[in-house]
Design a protein around this ligand. Structure first.
Ligand SMILES: [Zn+2]
Length: 397
């Protein structure tokens, strides 16, 4: 789904011509959509072009806001940069695993799928569409190579339902899928059950699947009797065909990946899984909720291959997104001490609000901002759409 773009207010399409096939350049966008089209012929972004000024210029020229513009490109390096300006992004081509942390709003591989996106026939990634509109979307996929300890290589697919935004960004993004994923850590979520059920059915149209399994809980999760989310799934349509989740994997020791870099993550997770039961010759779908660096998922896939599985396909609800960028969110600033305000829990009223680190010592409560007003002001500050043009013009922050 479009993350920032209000597609019914679309005013500008920026075409990165150098990376696009002629068909995409000649497409009658102007005629069909009544929008301005800006064709960029040659843009070497490594040559220190001031992208900030460039994008601002494009928007001024077309007299529009970032949520009224999209970029179409076949170059992920350029799209990655554009993303932090909150312009809609549409990538033409096939995603690679290294691009997953910066997933564009849409990935298309033909002019027909481009038409589907622009005419809103294709609503986007299945998990995002399902949580937002209760409709069906498409799975995002890319290929990956798994290398076993004895050097054998296996080419397989990773499938995803959408994008996951780290906790600190969620309130700003109002991201329905990310909220659902957080909820699923503690309780059964029917939308997530439907997502997995539908996604597995979709994969089964392309591949013969013998069985399903999941990333197992860690010993401490079992000991503390934490909610076992994957066991709560019913997967109704697949169950009718006799396909259920089986606990082929167990986790031998506790590990945490927080704060680790990729190399550390791979090291931490090495050898933590064991296979229970017979997976020899089987085609397996392995599920997890969030795919971050992929180290855990890939180690589990490798373990299954080493135990003789014929094919292991990964399916996760979402891929964790890198939202840090040089053009980071502009924070709210305290009018007393000029320090940035963060979202915090105010014990006196049991409410969430925005305040600076010293809000309790300021003379009055004007240094705090309610959740609603704070989010509105944050969106305005960051030039994000907030549902109505009138709201954007309000002056109280
Ligand atoms: Zn302050």
């Amino acid at each position: 789904m479009w993350k920032w773009t209000q597609i019914n207010h679309l005013k500008l399409i920026i075409l990165d011509c150098e990376s696009l096939n002629q068909k995409y350049i000649d497409f009658p966008y102007q005629h069909l959509l009544g929008v301005d089209v800006l064709k960029i012929e040659s843009l070497d972004i490594d040559k220190n072009i001031d992208l900030d000024a460039l994008i601002a210029n494009f928007l001024i020229m077309a007299q529009c806001q970032s949520y009224e513009a999209i970029v179409i490109s076949g170059d992920m390096t350029w799209l990655k940069k554009v993303m932090s300006y909150r312009i809609g992004t549409l990538f033409v081509g096939h995603l690679q695993q290294k691009d997953l942390k910066y997933m564009p709003d849409f990935v298309v591989d033909s002019i027909d799928s481009l038409i589907d996106v622009l005419s809103e026939k294709d609503k986007g990634y299945s998990g995002e569409v399902l949580t937002f509109e209760n409709k069906k979307g498409s799975l995002l996929s890319c290929q990956t190579e798994i290398v076993s300890d004895d050097g054998k290589k296996y080419l397989t697919e990773l499938y995803f339902g959408g994008r996951y935004y780290p906790e600190k960004h969620q309130y700003l993004l109002d991201d329905a899928l990310s909220y659902m994923i957080l909820k699923f850590k503690h309780e059964y979520v029917d939308i997530i059950d439907i997502f997995f059920d539908e996604a597995i059915m979709d994969i089964r149209k392309k591949e013969k699947i013998d069985t399903l399994t999941y990333i197992p809980p860690k010993p401490q999760d079992i000991e503390k009797k934490r909610f076992q989310r994957f066991l709560s799934l019913k997967l109704e349509r697949n169950a009718q065909d006799g396909l259920m989740l089986k606990d082929f994997l167990s986790c031998q020791c506790d590990f945490s990946q927080k704060g680790n870099d990729l190399a550390e993550r791979r090291k931490t997770v090495k050898g933590v899984f064991r296979v229970n039961g017979d997976v020899k010759g089987k085609n397996i779908i392995l599920i997890d909720d969030v795919f971050s660096s992929g180290s855990t998922m890939i180690e589990a896939m490798k373990t299954l291959y080493e135990a003789g599985a014929n094919k292991v396909i990964a399916l996760a609800i979402a891929v964790s997104q890198m939202t840090e960028s040089p053009f980071a969110y502009q924070k709210l600033v305290c009018s007393y001490c000029q320090e940035p305000m963060e979202l915090m829990y105010y014990r006196k009223t049991h409410k969430l609000l925005f305040g600076c680190p010293h809000y309790y010592s300021h003379p009055d409560q004007k240094s705090m901002m309610s959740l609603r007003l704070g989010i509105f002001c944050l969106k305005k500050r960051n030039r994000l759409y907030d549902g109505s043009y009138d709201m954007m013009n309000r002056e109280d922050c």
